[in-house]
Unconditional design. Sequence first.
Length: 216
Amino acid sequence: MPAEESSLAYVPTLLATLNYRSHSTTWKQGELVAEADKLNLTAIGIQEHRIQCTEPVKYLDLNGGWKFIHSSADTSGNGGVGLLLNPRVYSALGSVIHISQHILKFTFSTKCSKSWPKLDILVCYSPMSASLQEDVDSFYASLQHAMDEVGQHAFLTILGNWNARLPQTSQHPWVYSNILHRDNDSFCDFLAANLMFSANTSFRKVPDRLYTHRSS
């Protein structure tokens, strides 16, 4: 954890999210840091990094002062979430809370903690459609509880892989397919209940960039 406070005010905050499907090798970590640095990103939410550890939250030092803070993958070496932070934003990190294997909560200080709203980032990875329904329900219940604890006077961003397909509407026009699957209702209900939208579906892309993985 950083020893001194810093300020995130007046500097653009550029966030990204990535299902990495293995972030365990040194060369992959270096490659991702180099790309994030080139794009001047503030932080990247990582899902499915597949790194196992014994701690609830692990701090990993990477090139150029970047930090990767993550939960553990499961006993099979799958899953795991984390946040890749540039050196400036890491210095403003206030706390990290392990909600579950699928959810981490990060809180950052801003210029003046007494008058400026804090920044909270939730990084999450929803159970896959082949998972038990009770696991999906538990994930959304834990995520909702974490959101409720943030409060109304904070900037909140959720960086996640939802393992769901949204139907094409005016609110999220750029989706790969209108063919939905089981977890669609859970995701749509969560967005509607919290007056949120899926930002990734607001960007126009070529068809093969509208999905990360196709499955039945």
